[in-house]
Design a protein around this ligand. Structure first.
Ligand SMILES: [Zn+2]
Length: 525
């Protein structure tokens, strides 16, 4: 090793290499943006520009967030729509690659013509960590079919397939759907299968937010299985859960089904976040027909008392094929998270707000009226947190060997879900160390090697000679999440150092200001 000079040497730590193998004492050096593993003490301090003593700490591959909605968060931050705490909550936890484009929604083709254009926009503002992206079905459908509640024609499906083919060839890492969201929910199984076939041709996964994660979760899972089987694509179930009181406990059944499929040779995996609450758009609480024609049509319907009455009835009675979150829980489980023009609503349940909308002795307002007025006052854009899951279900999914960790983080103003700032530290602290669901090497594998393998991120997610030097150093005795529903962006404890491509981006919980991150996969043809 004499004569070699390393820009960075992490000395004295235990390596969790991302494969799940037991911790092993190794020094970790960086050279040319790649990793070199060394026997402890193999090189001296004089051979490195920066030496960090990491004794007692774990050195792991940088975490890969399997599921984010951070497609443009760095750009939004640079342009003043998000503040730093929202943009960098992920990297402060040790996430060195965010996988965006989930739930059927990607930033291309549409807002940006393609992944290369998105990459250019990120490069222009600079990123601390890397981004990879799926191609969203809802995005393709918006561009080609529009917001209409109807089946796509054969020609339209062919055009979506061509656009998907182009985006996957340009480096997108898979094809995603969000089948509770319009316009994705207007698609039938055959349309999705035809598109998943394109993903299969590229050897990339079909990644799905199931059509129903509540009382209809088993049928929705079978739809996804049929799509994967008929298309030949690998299946990845997003943020797997069985939510709402009618589905509590069903993870026993769904996880057994996934395990059985894997045993039969099917390539199927899932991701999960470590919380019993989800987060989405308030408008997703409304039946799909209310969105027919797009946002302006939705707002018109919300202004119309007759249409409001039909929405009220749909939520009370259900609509075949529609998940109906509120019907599976209630407005007392829905908390307003982001409503910029109604800051006093944030952190309160819809049920509370409706009750208080009346005066003393007044029964208050109907919840659907409150929701309609709030959406009208926010131009349709309100995020919510839905307290819909049970702890045993969450733990069961986390512990499944084929489950990897994805925050489902949505960087947004207001009081967003704490998962964006807490997921990875929470898995290590609350679920590995305290609950003992798995050991540290296995927790790390679920956040790194498993995820890199699923999304085809070559030389990432593992610490071995020649791998990209995306690295996190944490204290296994202290790592913990501090983000809460009241303080959702509080940074974690115990994450000591994060390097991206060998450049230190976080040191002792503080951003260094370095911006080595890139959009990965661009230009692969
Ligand atoms: Zn989703």
């Amino acid at each position: 090793m004499r004569g070699t000079s390393f820009p960075l040497l992490l000395r004295g730590g235990s390596v969790a290499d991302g494969t799940g193998a037991p911790l092993v004492a190794r020094d970790v050096a960086v050279v040319g943006g790649r990793v070199r593993l060394l026997a402890p003490g193999e090189v001296g301090s004089e051979d490195a520009d920066e030496v960090v003593d990491v004794s007692g700490l774990v050195v792991a591959p940088g975490f890969i967030d399997a599921h984010t909605h951070s497609d443009t968060s760095c750009i939004d931050g640079a342009e003043g729509r998000l503040d730093e705490a929202q943009v960098f909550a992920s990297v402060l936890q040790g996430v060195t690659t965010e996988i965006a484009g989930n739930c059927g929604h990607s930033a291309f083709p549409g807002k940006y013509p393609g992944l290369a254009a998105l990459s250019d926009a990120h490069s222009a503002v600079g990123r601390a960590n890397h981004l990879a992206s799926l191609v969203g079905h809802g995005t393709l459908r918006s561009a080609i079919v529009g917001q209409q509640a109807r089946a796509a024609s054969a020609t339209e499906v062919a055009r979506m397939a061509d656009a998907l083919d182009e985006a996957l060839a340009a480096g997108a890492v898979g094809f995603s759907t969000g089948l509770i969201y319009t316009p994705g929910s207007y698609a039938d199984t055959a349309e999705i299968t035809a598109l998943a076939r394109v993903a299969a041709q590229h050897g990339k996964p079909y990644v799905t937010h199931l059509r129903d994660e509540m009382s209809g979760v088993q049928d929705a899972l079978e739809e996804a299985v049929a799509i994967a089987r008929d298309s030949g694509a690998a299946l990845h179930v997003s943020h797997h859960k069985t939510a709402g009181k009618y589905a509590w406990g069903l993870t026993e059944v769904t996880l057994a089904r996934l395990a059985e499929l894997r045993e039969s040779g099917m390539d199927v995996t899932c991701d999960v976040y470590p919380y019993t609450a989800g987060s989405t758009a308030l408008s997703a609480m409304l039946p799909p027909w209310a969105h027919d024609g797009g946002k302006e049509r939705l707002l018109e319907r919300l202004r119309d008392p007759g249409q409001r009455e039909l929405i009220r009835k749909a939520i009370a009675e259900g609509v075949p094929g529609w998940e109906n979150t509120v019907g599976n829980g209630g407005w007392d489980r829905i908390v307003v998270a982001g409503a910029p023009r109604h800051p006093a609503h944030q952190g309160r349940t819809v049920a509370e707000l409706a009750r208080e909308a009346g005066g003393a002795g007044d029964p208050g307002m109907d919840a659907v009226d409150l929701v309609a007025e709030l959406l009208l006052g926010e131009d349709g854009e309100v995020t919510i947190i839905s307290h819909s899951m049970r702890e045993d279900d969450v733990r069961r999914v986390l512990a499944a060997p084929f489950a990897m960790i994805g925050s489902d983080g949505v960087p947004t103003a207001g009081l967003p879900h704490p998962r964006w700032a807490g997921t990875f530290a929470r898995v290590l602290g609350c679920y590995a160390r305290e609950a003992g669901l798995f050991d540290v090497p296995e927790a790390v594998r679920k956040m790194t090697g498993a995820t890199a393998a699923r999304f085809g991120l070559a030389d990432r997610g593992v610490l071995r000679d020649g791998a990209h030097a995306d690295v996190v150093v944490f204290d296994p005795a202290r790592v913990a999440d501090r983000a809460t529903f009241a303080s959702p962006l509080a940074g974690p404890e115990g994450v000591r150092l994060v390097a991206v491509g060998g450049t230190v981006v976080v040191r002792d919980g503080e951003l260094t200001g370095a911006r080595p991150g890139q959009v990965v996969g661009v230009g692969r043809r």
